[in-house]
Design a protein around this ligand. Structure first.
Ligand code: GLU
Length: 544
């Protein structure tokens, strides 16, 4: 067979040859140890936490090696493409402050010398390599149709043509040049398939950064390199793009391990050097029945990166949380370095965990509470305001008008040696401090306490004056409690509870209920000082 002639017949007018293309993509000038890695999302209108996790591994490894991290949009699957899907990716990455060294801007400008960074703009490159493989007898055209008569779905399937269990040779690999010519004359669409050189008996070994050497059966399938629309499925685009773009570490999900033998056969056929893989484990979740399963886009709201944005988690909380999932040594480092920025954590391939991490919102919330407890009230204010500007306009307006007051509210129990760890995301702030914005409409009073509550609050409201210190205030409460038959000595109360209406703690609980509606709240005296004498009086008087 004259393969060169076959290649010219299939691809008569390509603008560039592979030699010309390779001149445009010279090897990168990088130093020993510098990692060139990439994040290659498919724009589907959704970003899974696992996908972001993978980006973070690649990003952290490349950046901490002083290398290059680039963004490549893998938009070759037109069926999965959704309008605005690119915007979703950019918005999320932007929100988290991810800065790539190379990428294409939303309006189509390539930043970096190895673009275009969007696969749908690289069709001529893929065709040039397909032509090269055909001309070397390593690939062939396939004219099989999925459904007779439906030209548009031609040859997109993985044909199940099995000679035995081991290999899948496509019947079109045996077409003669004349037969191909005839079909082309009849305008039959064609896909390009790899002509595998294996017969199913070979095995290969490849190295994975996290899992070490992996032994697997070599590929023995004539898989598709170019679909009939000229667009490559993942494997072909991966081999070409990662090679031309100078990637030296491919971080991707472990679902790709099973197709790695096919990718490696392709690298060999193309004459490309293999690239180090790092297959990261998929994030799991423990379900209600205690079973481990994959974190699911369909079942789990927390699988969607937008969940963390709309709920207003600080970015640092998400990154620290991902680091705990990523590296077993991070938590230890964190407890030894409680006040160091997470960016200082030395992130290396050897401290990435190879086991499937478990997504656990309780854990994330704990991390986030600690992070927020270390912020100043002004920082909290700025963060809540930024969040509210996007997700709760009326609250943003309120905060803008009442800046000083809101900062005082956020400062309650904050500047102390042991600041309160209660807030974990900005969307909870409005409700959490609702009694600081408005008088409570309901309270958690227990029915049995009603008479004592009303009696105590009425007496407390009479001649109420805001005390000038916490101590004075507390002594005042004690005095009144004593007068009304409450124990001010807890030992006495415990020895004989029947003899009292309650103890001082009960009296404070009543005041707290009247002012906040809750049995528990941050420091009551601070709350009263911020609310001010008039507001406190009015809330006390509202208890009828
Ligand atoms: N577009 C592929 C995905 O989103 C990328 C896989 C890779 O990083 O190579 O799964």
């Amino acid at each position: 067979m004259d393969y060169k002639k076959l290649a010219d017949l299939l691809f008569p007018n390509l603008p560039l040859t592979t030699q010309e293309i390779e001149k445009k993509y010279p090897p990168r000038k990088i130093k020993e140890g510098e990692i060139v890695s990439r994040y290659a999302p498919s724009p589907t209108g959704f970003m899974h936490l696992g996908n972001f996790f993978q980006m973070f591994i690649s990003y952290a490894l490349a950046k901490s090696s002083n290398g290059v991290e680039f963004l490549r949009l893998e938009d070759t699957d037109a069926k999965r493409e959704k309008a605005e899907a690119k915007e979703v990716i950019y918005q999320i990455l932007n929100h988290f402050g991810i800065k790539f060294n190379e990428y294409q801007t939303l309006d189509g400008k390539d930043i970096g010398a190895y673009g275009p960074y969007v696969q749908s703009q690289r069709a001529d490159i893929y065709k040039a390599y397909a032509k090269k493989l055909v001309s070397e007898g390593k690939a062939f055209p396939c004219f099989c149709k999925k459904t007779e008569g439906k030209e548009d779905v031609v040859a997109q399937r993985a044909i199940k043509f099995k000679n035995d269990d081991e290999k899948e040779y496509d019947p079109c690999r045996n077409l003669t040049l004349e037969q191909v010519e005839e079909k082309l004359k009849a305008n039959k669409p064609f896909a390009i398939r790899l002509k595998t050189k294996n017969d199913g008996s070979q095995r290969i070994v490849f190295n994975d950064l996290l899992k070490g050497d992996i032994e697997a059966k070599a590929n023995a399938k004539d898989f598709i390199l170019l679909k009939s629309d000229g667009i490559p499925p993942y494997a072909f685009a991966h081999a070409i793009d990662d090679t031309l773009m100078g990637t030296n570490l491919v971080v991707r999900g472990e679902e790709y391990i099973s197709s790695t033998p096919a990718h490696l056969e392709l690298f060999d056929a193309l004459g490309f050097k293999h690239i180090q893989y790092c297959h990261n484990p998929l994030i799991c979740k423990i379900d209600e029945n205690g079973n481990r399963r994959k974190l699911s886009k369909r079942l789990d709201v927390e699988a969607d990166m937008r969940y963390y944005i709309t709920n207003g988690y600080p970015n640092d909380s998400i990154f620290e949380y991902l680091l705990t999932l990523l590296s077993s040594s991070f938590e230890n480092w964190r407890s030894n370095n409680p006040n160091t920025r997470w960016q200082e954590f030395k992130f290396t391939p050897s401290n990435i965990t190879a086991v499937a991490p478990i997504c656990d919102l309780v854990k994330l919330n704990d991390i986030s509470k600690t992070i927020i407890s270390k912020m100043s009230a002004s920082e909290v204010y700025e963060n809540v305001l930024t969040w509210a500007n996007e997700f709760d306009k009326p609250f943003a307006e309120y905060l803008t008008k009442n800046k000083k007051y809101a900062i005082c509210v956020f400062n309650i129990d904050r500047e102390t040696p042991k600041p309160r760890k209660d807030i974990y995301c900005w969307s909870m702030v409005k409700e959490y401090f609702s009694y600081m914005w408005n008088a409570p409409q309901t309270n958690e009073l227990e029915d049995a306490d009603e008479t004592n509550y009303k009696e105590f609050i009425k007496a407390y409201a009479d001649n109420f004056k805001l005390a000038s210190s916490k101590e004075d205030w507390f002594n005042g409460v004690k005095e009144l409690a004593d007068k009304l038959g409450y124990a001010t000595d807890n030992k006495l109360y415990k020895a004989n509870p029947e003899a009292y209406k309650g103890n001082t703690a009960k009296a404070c609980e009543f005041i707290r209920l009247a002012l906040t509606g809750h049995k528990n709240s941050p420091d009551l005296y601070e709350i009263m000082t911020i609310l001010g004498e008039n507001e406190v009086k009015s809330r006390l008087n509202a208890v009828k």
